[in-house]
Design a protein around this ligand. Sequence first.
Ligand SMILES: Nc1nc2c(ncn2[C@@H]2O[C@H](COP(=O)(O)OP(=O)(O)OP(=O)(O)O)[C@@H](O)[C@H]2O)c(=O)[nH]1
Ligand SMILES: [Mg+2]
Length: 342
Amino acid sequence: MDYAIQSGLIDEALVHVQAGAGGRGCLSFLRTRLRPKGGPDGGDGGDGGSVWLLVDGSLRDLLHFRQRRRFAAEDGRSGGGGCRSGRRGRLVEVRVPPGTRVYDSSTGELLGDMTSVGLRLLVARGGRHGLGNAHFKSSTNRAPRSVTMGIAGEGRDLRLELCLLADAALVGFPNAGKSTLLRAVSAARPRVAAYPFTTLQPELGVVEVDILTRFVLADIPGLIRGAASGMGLGHAFLRHLRRTSLLLHMVDASESSAQDICASLGAVEQELTAYSQELAVRPRWVVLSKLDVLPADEGARLCGAVRTLLPESLPMYGVSGVSGQGCRELMAAVAAHLDASP
Ligand SMILES: Nc1nc2c(ncn2[C@@H]2O[C@H](COP(=O)(O)OP(=O)(O)OP(=O)(O)O)[C@@H](O)[C@H]2O)c(=O)[nH]1
Ligand SMILES: [Mg+2]
C-alpha cells in the first residue's frame, strides 16, 4: 500500500543513533617452552555493531520515541593472544511504522523513505576493527609491535517524519457538531459555525487518551442527500479514510424526536453506501450530539428511546462538544476498539 500522502497531519520524532566502535587489535607474542620465540600472535578486534531502521507493520505512529530517543549499538571486542579475533558488536534495529521518512537532522538530507513492511535502512555504520600485531609480520620485521585501534562508529541525529492517516472518522449531516467535537478532544481547530457546510475539507486531529494511547480522528465534511453523486465531496474524502477502521456517525439530538434521529441516521447511511461499498461495511457507532441543550432527564429519556429503535449490536454514545459531557468516555472507547482491531 502507498502511504506517502503529501497533505495531512505530520508526526515527528528526533532520535540519536550511535554505531559501535571497532575493537582494538591485540599486541601479543607466542611464548611456550618449545617455541620461546613463537612470533607475533595478536588477533584483530571485532567490527562495531551498526544501527538499522526496520519497518514494523504493527506500528501506527512515532509515539514510542517519546520514551526512548537514543539507540546505541555495541562496540566490537578487542582481539586476543593466539590470533583470536574479538567478537563483533551486536547490531541494533530501531522499529518505525510504514510511511516513515528519514532525514539527517543536521544536513536535512533525505536518507530513506520507509514505505514497505520489512524494509531495512542502515543509518549508522559500525566502526571497522583494529588489527593485531600478527597482521604486521613480514620478512623484514619478524617481531612487530604495532597494532591499530578500532575506528569509531558513526553517530547521527535523525529526524523521522510520518504522515498520519485517520484511525476513526466523524460523519453525519451538516451542523451535527462534528467539528465542535474534534475541537473538544484534540488540538485541531476546524472552523465551527451555525450554518451547514462549514467544513469543506477533512480535518485531522490527534486525540491523546493517555500518555501512550492516541489516535487520529478525522472530521469529514457534512453529508447530505445526493452527496454521493458529486456534491462537495472529492477524492480527499476517501483518501483520509483509507485506514479508518471506525466511523462515528453523529446526529444532532437537541431538536429532534427519537424517530427523526433514526430517520436522519438512515439517510446518511444510504449516502455512505452509495458513495462507497467499502465504507458501507466499516464498523460504525452512533453518537448523539448537543446533549447539553436538553435537561439531563430529557436527554436520558431521548437516548433510551433512540436505543430501543436501533439494532442492539450498534453501539451508541451521547456527547456534548460544548460542555464536554461524554467526550472522554467516547474517546477512551474508540481507543480501546482501535487497539483491539487488527
Ligand atoms: N449547544 C451545543 N451546540 C453545539 C454543539 N456542537 C455543535 N454545536 C453548534 O452547532 C453548530 C454546528 O457545529 P459544527 O461543529 O460546525 O458542525 P459540523 O457538523 O462540523 O457542521 P459541518 O461542518 O457544516 O458539517 C455550531 O453553531 C455549534 O456551535 C454542542 O455540543 N452543544
Ligand atoms: Mg464542520
